[in-house]
Design a binder for this molecule. Structure first.
Ligand code: ADP
Length: 249
């Protein structure tokens, strides 16, 4: 088959806080239609890498490209509009609105980011078809009219992902999307992420190696801000340095 195209890439990405090097010389390629995991122990630099890629933080050095365009100096809202979206960025799930209304509100935002004003819900009927399709896609059809705050924890996170998908991102960044979930919800969210990655790229921070081995195509292992290993699960899990540093064997 044809190798999927690189949609997001970083070269020599570094970030220091004062004299402390939180991220050192990181190279990452995120491919379309793939699920890429960013793993590593606490303090490895995973959150900082997410903040650098989304431009919440300005890199000390290095270069970032999104869809072949240099975004190293681009502001975070523009980066989101160009298609690199992090789940919490818009995870303004309104607790007192229904699932359907939450998705309709997300769909009407012109660039997915907060606007100065929202239209009244009654003006959103034109978005119903699109909203229903999205709700079906993430498997929330039975909860369509449920109030967001009444959803289970797992389904609340799924609604969050749905509102993010309303922006139709090219690259979706998920920070521990299954954290705190039971096995059933983990399986549900895993299926959703796989389906979501059929027509975009997903980069996710994940601690659970079972999930990583089950659904991720490519893995980047960070340790103390540096890349320890990169590759598919078989490659990375056989790497001697990863076994010593990360898996303790
Ligand atoms: P992870 O997400 O892998 O747990 P982080 O990216 O949160 O790691 O942190 C990496 C390192 O950078 C940690 O040692 C952390 O204390 C440090 N760090 C993160 N943000 C800041 C900051 N704003 N100022 C100073 N140090 C920071």
């Amino acid at each position: 088959g044809k190798e999927p195209r690189v949609v997001l890439s970083a070269r020599g990405l570094s970030k220091s806080f004062g004299g402390f090097h939180a991220v050192k010389n990181v190279d990452i390629d995120v491919l379309d239609t793939q699920i890429h995991a960013l793993i590593g122990p606490n303090g490895a630099g995973k959150t900082t890498v997410f903040n650098l890629l989304t431009k919440f933080l300005q890199p000390s050095s290095g270069r970032i490209e999104l869809l072949g365009e240099d975004i190293t100096k681009t502001a975070p809202d523009r980066v989101a509009r160009k298609g690199l979206v992090r789940s919490f960025q818009i995870s303004a799930v309104f607790p007192h609105l229904s699932v359907l209304d939450n998705v309709r509100v997300a769909l009407q935002r012109p660039n997915g980011l907060a606007t100065q004003f929202w239209q009244p819900l009654s003006a959103l009927d034109r978005l119903n078809e699109q909203a229903e399709a999205l709700i079906d896609r993430v498997g929330l059809h039975r909860e369509r009219d449920a109030i967001a705050e009444d959803l289970s924890y797992g389904r609340k996170r799924v609604l969050e992902i749905a509102t993010t998908l309303a922006l139709d991102p090219r690259v979706l960044l998920l920070d521990e999307p299954m954290a705190g979930m039971g096995l059933e919800d983990v399986a549900m969210v895993a299926e959703i992420i796989k389906s979501v990655a059929r027509d975009r790229a997903v980069l996710m921070v994940e601690h659970n190696l079972k999930i990583v081995s089950d659904i991720c195509d490519h893995i980047t292992v960070l340790q103390r801000g540096e890349i320890l290993a990169q590759g598919d699960y078989a490659t990375v899990s056989q790497d001697q340095r990863v076994r010593i540093a990360y898996m303790g064997t």
